[in-house]
Write a protein of this length. Structure first.
Ligand SMILES: [Zn+2]
Length: 342
C-alpha cells in the first residue's frame, strides 16, 4: 500500500511517501481503506519525537481517520464490508476498571492511532472493532476525519472537566485551531457567551462566523479586554491549549470561582501561577486529555442533528503530507488540515 512514513524523528522532510505491506487483521479487528486523515498537533509532536516516548520505525502518523471497511475479523459483529466509518482515535484495553467505568482515556494501555500504533497516513489501517463508528449524517470522508479528536477533546474539557453550565461566559484561546474551532461551537450549543481569541484579523472574522460573540487578539495583554467585555467580572471558563505564550493572560481572564481547563501547550510547557491569586479567587486549574469514547457518541449525535459542523481549512493529497505539516507548524490554518487518500 501507499503510505507516508517516518524512518526517523525530525522536521517535515522526514515524511516519506513510499510503499509498505498492507496490515493483516486479527479476529477482533477491522481493515479500513482510508479515505481521509486529518492532522493534529500530536502528529507534529510524534514526528519530532517526544522525550520518553518511543515509536518503532517505520512509523505511520495520523489519529483522525475515516474510510470504508474492506475486511473484518471472524469475531467482529459491529461492522461489515463496505461500511463508511470513522475511527475513535483512542485505543484502550476494554477490560480494566477504568475502561469498564467508561473512562477509557484513563486506561493504562490507552494509545492513539498514529502515536505508538500505525495511523491513517496510508491507504489501509487496521483497527480494533470497538473503534469503528458509522459516519453520521451526510458528512463526507474529509469532514468525518475532521471531527473525532478535536471535538472529543473539546467536549471532555468543557463538560467532564470544567462542568460548563448553560449561559456561562467562556474564553476560547486560539479559536482558529482545530480544538478551538470545536470549542466555540460546543460552547454555543449550551447558550454560552463566547469570547474567542486568534492571532490575525482573518481568523477573528472566521471565529465570529462560527458563532463567537466577541473576538480579540491573543497577542499581548488580552485579559484586560476580557474583563472589559464582562463588566470587570472575567469569564467562568477559559479554554486553553496554547500554554506558555497565553498562560498568564488566561489565568487573569478568570472570574472568581472560574475554571481554566487545558489540553495542550503548543508554545511551551512552562506556566506560573500565583498561589495567593489561585486560592483567594477560588480558581480551578484543570488538565484534560482526550475524552471518553461515550462522549464521542454525544458529539456525533449533534453532527447528525446539524448542530455542529466540521471546520476544514484545507484538503491536500497524501503525498503532500509535509506541506500539510508546515501549514500547521506555521499556524496558517483555520480549522483542520486534512489529507485525502484517493
Ligand atoms: Zn483499559
Amino acid at each position: 500500500m501507499k503510505a507516508v512514513v517516518i524512518f526517523e524523528h525530525g522536521g517535515p522532510e522526514v515524511l516519506c511517501y513510499t510503499e509498505l505491506p498492507e496490515p493483516s487483521i486479527g479476529p477482533q479487528e477491522v481493515l479500513v481503506r482510508v479515505r481521509a486523515c486529518a492532522l493534529n498537533h500530536l502528529d507534529l509532536w510524534v514526528r519530532r519525537g517526544l522525550p520518553g516516548r518511543s515509536v518503532s520505525f517505520p512509523h505511520i502518523l495520523g489519529s483522525d481517520i475515516s474510510g470504508e471497511v474492506t475486511a473484518v475479523g471472524e469475531n467482529v459483529k459491529n461492522a461489515r464490508i463496505g461500511d463508511k466509518v470513522l475511527l475513535a482515535p483512542g485505543i484502550s484495553c476494554g477490560q480494566c476498571e477504568q475502561c469498564l467505568a467508561g473512562r477509557d482515556n484513563f486506561c493504562k494501555d490507552y494509545v492513539l492511532f498514529g502515536s505508538t500504533v500505525h495511523g491513517g497516513y496510508a491507504e489501509f489501517v487496521k483497527s480494533p472493532s470497538a473503534n469503528v463508528i458509522p459516519i453520521p449524517g451526510n458528512l463526507s470522508f474529509e469532514q468525518a476525519a475532521a471531527v473525532p479528536l478535536v471535538f472529543l477533546t473539546a467536549w471532555h474539557m468543557l463538560f467532564d472537566r470544567a462542568h460548563l453550565r448553560p449561559a456561562e461566559d467562556v474564553l476560547v484561546i486560539a479559536a482558529g485551531s482545530g480544538v478551538g474551532s470545536a470549542a466555540v461551537q460546543i460552547a454555543k450549543v449550551t447558550g454560552a457567551r463566547v469570547i474567542a481569541t486568534a492571532g490575525s484579523e482573518p481568523k477573528l472574522a472566521k471565529a465570529k462566523e462560527l458563532g463567537a460573540d466577541h473576538t480579540l487578539s491573543h497577542v499581548g495583554e488580552f485579559a484586560r479586554e476580557v474583563k472589559r467585555l464582562t463588566n470587570g467580572r472575567g469569564v467562568d471558563v477559559v479554554f486553553e491549549h496554547v500554554g506558555a505564550a497565553t498562560w498568564d493572560q488566561s489565568v487573569y481572564s478568570l472570574a472568581h470561582g472560574g475554571r481554566l481547563v487545558t489540553c495542550g501547550a503548543t508554545t511551551g510547557f512552562e506556566g506560573k501561577i500565583n498561589v495567593g491569586y489561585l486560592f483567594a479567587r477560588q480558581l480551578s486549574i484543570l488538565g484534560s486529555f482526550m475524552g471518553h469514547k461515550s462522549e464521542l457518541f454525544s458529539v456525533l449525535a449533534l453532527f447528525q442533528r446539524g448542530l455542529l459542523k466540521p471546520v476544514i481549512d484545507s484538503v491536500l493529497s497524501l503525498e503532500r503530507a509535509a506541506d500539510a505539516h508546515r501549514r500547521l507548524e506555521n499556524r496558517e490554518q483555520f480549522g483542520k488540515v486534512v489529507l485525502r487518500i484517493p
